[in-house]
Structure formats: structure tokens, C-alpha cells
Design a protein around this ligand. Structure first.
Ligand code: ZN
Ligand code: ZN
Length: 256
């Protein structure tokens, strides 16, 4: 699995099986084509798209034109190229892998993720802009209740799942996470580890789902400490889980 950097902080995830390559959310087609020219014999044959934003779809036309790769994308969203529409419950075969599609409304209305379990390896999740290490996507088209449900769905996946997020937002997310949970020792240790990685220019991803459950405030919005901090910041106690989550998301939107 290769996180190919694109733009300021995107990753285009690439997966190889023998001579076949799978790309996820190629916002920049030239970056992928350049990578392929350095891998003689490799063929881009499939592309998975999580949602319609341009930084995830901008390279589709170039890549389909240059390689004829088959595109899979969310059934509820428009993409710039013809694609096989997928939604929750669908399974796609690619190489030795079967990808299960999950519907994750919140960041966009039709956002999907792809989860697969390679033989004798930890599972892989391509979750686009829904879950980030230490954070979650902004609510552009969905509600806090929808995003909470989507994150709950991801939280039920195998804890050894490797979480392939589409942006390197980890350090800024962790600054916010520490403001929410200053006493979380695992969060402090994880922050140090990620700072070291970034200082070396190394991606902090993939993240590990089991770790995220311990440090990511948006996966921990029902924890007393997280809920209390969000309520303190909002100046009012939340009446339910969705409102507590909304308080947390709103706090993060304003956090500097
Ligand atoms: Zn997006
Ligand atoms: Zn994005």
C-alpha cells in the first residue's frame, strides 16, 4: 500500500497485486501516471472513489483516458467519468481481494468507504474524508447525527483495520484532540510518535483503528471526559449523543 502525496495534503492510495494497480480517490491523474512510469509493466486497472469532491476525482478523466481503468464510485453522487455505482452491501472483486462497500453519509450525502481483508494481512479501509487520524471530515452535506452513525459503523470494524485516510491532517487534529482530552496518556504518546514521523517527512498513515478508538475524540464522543469538554465549550449540556457530537464538531470548526 502506497500513499502517493498530491496537492498540499492529499494522499492517493495505491495498491499493487502482481502487475495490477488499484488507485483510490485520484485527485491528480498526472501524479499517478508519473508513479506508473517508474513501475514498468504495472497496469492501473481499477479506481475506487469515495465521494465527489474535486481533490478526489480531478484525475479520473486523465487516468481513464490513459489506462482504461474501471471506475467504481458512490451510487448517489455524480462523477466526471462513467462508473459502476456502488452502495452499502455491494462487494467488488479485485485481485485476491473482495471490497465491501459501506455507506457513510456526513461529509457528503453519498460518501462511501471500501473495506477489504487481504489473506494473512490486516484489513484495509479506504475511508476518504469521513475518518481522519485524530479527527473526522467536515459536515458539508450531512448532519451530525449521520456522521456519528457513519463513524459508529467504522468503529465496529476489526480493530486491526489499517485506516487509509485521504488527507495528512493528523498533527492539527491531534492538537484539537489534546485540547479535548488533556489527560489522555495514549493520545499524548501517539502525538509524540506522529510528530517524529512528520519531522522525518513520513506519512502518519495508515492509522490503526484500535488506536483511533483510544485517541480520536470523534470516535469517543460518548466518553464522559469528551462529552463534558464539548459541553463546557458550547456552554450547554447536550441532550443526546448527536448533539454532543455536533458540539464537538462545531468546536473543531472554530479551533485555531
Ligand atoms: Zn471531501
Ligand atoms: Zn478531500
Amino acid at each position: 500500500m502506497t500513499p502517493l502525496p498530491a496537492f498540499a495534503d492529499n494522499y492517493i492510495w495505491l495498491l499493487q497485486h502482481q502487475q495490477q494497480v488499484l488507485a483510490v480517490d485520484p485527485g491528480d491523474g498526472q501524479a499517478v501516471l508519473q508513479w506508473l512510469t517508474n513501475k514498468p509493466g504495472m497496469q492501473l486497472d481499477a479506481i475506487l472513489v469515495t465521494h465527489h469532491h474535486a481533490d478526489h476525482t480531478g484525475g479520473l478523466a486523465d487516468l481513464v483516458h490513459a489506462t482504461g481503468a474501471h471506475v467504481y464510485g458512490p451510487a448517489l453522487e455524480r462523477l466526471p467519468v462513467p462508473h459502476t455505482p456502488v452502495s452499502e452491501g455491494d462487494a467488488l472483486a479485485w485481485g485476491p481481494l473482495h471490497w465491501q462497500v459501506l455507506d457513510l453519509p456526513g461529509h457528503t450525502a453519498g460518501h462511501v468507504a471500501y473495506w477489504g481483508q487481504p489473506q494473512a494481512q490486516a484489513p484495509i479501509l479506504f475511508c476518504g474524508d469521513t475518518l481522519f487520524s485524530g479527527g473526522c471530515g467536515r459536515l458539508f452535506e450531512g448532519t451530525a447525527a449521520q456522521m456519528l452513525q457513519s463513524l459508529d459503523k467504522l468503529a465496529r470494524l476489526a480493530v486491526d483495520t489499517r485506516v487509509c485516510c485521504a488527507h495528512e491532517y493528523t498533527l492539527s487534529n491531534l492538537r484539537f484532540a489534546q485540547a479535548v482530552e488533556p489527560d489522555n496518556a495514549r493520545l499524548a504518546a501517539y502525538t509524540l510518535a506522529c510528530q517524529t514521523l512528520r519531522a522525518q517527512g513520513t506519512p502518519t498513515l495508515p492509522a490503526l483503528l484500535g488506536q483511533e478508538l483510544q485517541i480520536n475524540p470523534f470516535l469517543r464522543s460518548r466518553q464522559d471526559a469528551v462529552r463534558a469538554a464539548a459541553a463546557r465549550h458550547a456552554g450547554t449540556a447536550a441532550k443526546d449523543d448527536a448533539e454532543a457530537f455536533a458540539q464537538l464538531r462545531e468546536w473543531k470548526n472554530q479551533f485555531k
